[in-house]
Design a protein around this ligand. Sequence first.
Ligand SMILES: *Cc1c(COP(=O)(O)O)cnc(C)c1O
Length: 425
Amino acid sequence: MNKEIYKRFGISDRVLEYAGSIEEKLKSRFAAIDETAEYNQLKVIKAMQDNRIAVECFNTSTGYGYDDIGRDSLERVYASYFGTEDALVRPQIACGTHALALALSGILRPGDELLSPVGKPYDTLEEVIGIRPSKGSLTEFGITYRQVDLLPGSIFDYERIKAALRPATKLVTIQRSKGYQTRKSFSVREIGELISFIKGIRPDVYCMVDNCYGEFVESIEPSDVGADLVVGSLIKNPGGGLASTGGYIAGKKELIEYISYRLTSPGLGKEVGASLGLMQSFFQGFFLAPVVTAAALKGAIFAANIYEGLGYKVVPDSNESRHDIIQAVELGSPEAVIAFCKGIQSAAPVDSHVTPEPWAMPGYDSDVIMAAGAFVQGSSIELSADGPIKPPYAVYFQGGLTWPHAKLGIIRSLDNLEKSNIVKF
Ligand SMILES: *Cc1c(COP(=O)(O)O)cnc(C)c1O
């Protein structure tokens, strides 16, 4: 490690020495991550070559966006990468929640039932589904919801899942990443086993995977192991940090068609939707996404090892295999959460001079502190951290477009904890 450049950021020798010793230990794990990134990089290049991507794909369209070759080619590239028949990849999809809501409302009809066999879905989906009463929810349209909780140890409860598959069940939703819950994130192989089990009982039921934060972490995707639909956000992994908005849904042709009628309008479907000059960033971001995801993954593993080594509880732990890019660290006090987030902020290329403070954010039951110095607002593939100011005083840390930036962020968080006398060497 080149200490001199870190000194210019005011980082202490003790912190640098400790961080250097941790990095040294991680060489073989980082090499394995680089291997996955290499494999996925080539998969993306093959998908782009097979679909004959050319400079005219970066042209813009406005208005209706009829015959937009860039948009249509990008959707073929996503379909090739995910091994699906078709895809929707659009700037008109505002975020991951929107993509998931579109998929659900595109497929489900009054009287149908949605099943989550992996416990409670991501917070924002509670209102989409109507788990928390909400205007416009699926409940208002007469769509019912059933949930089977995980057994201790994040194990699928196959017996109950079997019982929950009822004649009305049309769609099963499986969330890959734990999001902000304490359960494990699932590997693609585990998701494949669950899908096989479900299809063994009800081959006609559709299986959708909320793929947020999981793309490119492994060398296969849920669509390679039987998922009928995979859904995610472009300001997370697949946008590679370059996409400034957007979401994707890849899957069976018939399902994508139904969903496209919800995105635009019955009759119009995929034919309309201007690309607004964003196609180059969507293609280039997807091209970079395998190595960007690898950088974020290294940051997560580095943080786990740094903080576990100092006696903090980290989830996933320092040795666990990874299925998404999120790292939780239980810091145990409000002061520590604040010092950590200030350290992350001070490492940012943008807004490094601002000081994050806890505040009462809408939708949360405690104050929350957020650190992000991002090029794209709210982008969580960029280095970011947030922590609710309540026990167990955990911070959730994710992203980093490059490994050196993720590393600097974690080192600065640690340095700040040391300077605040919370961590002592
Ligand atoms: C981020 C995320 C979503 C969607 O969130 P948006 O903020 O709407 O993009 C859904 N599910 C999971 C697991 C996520 O991590």
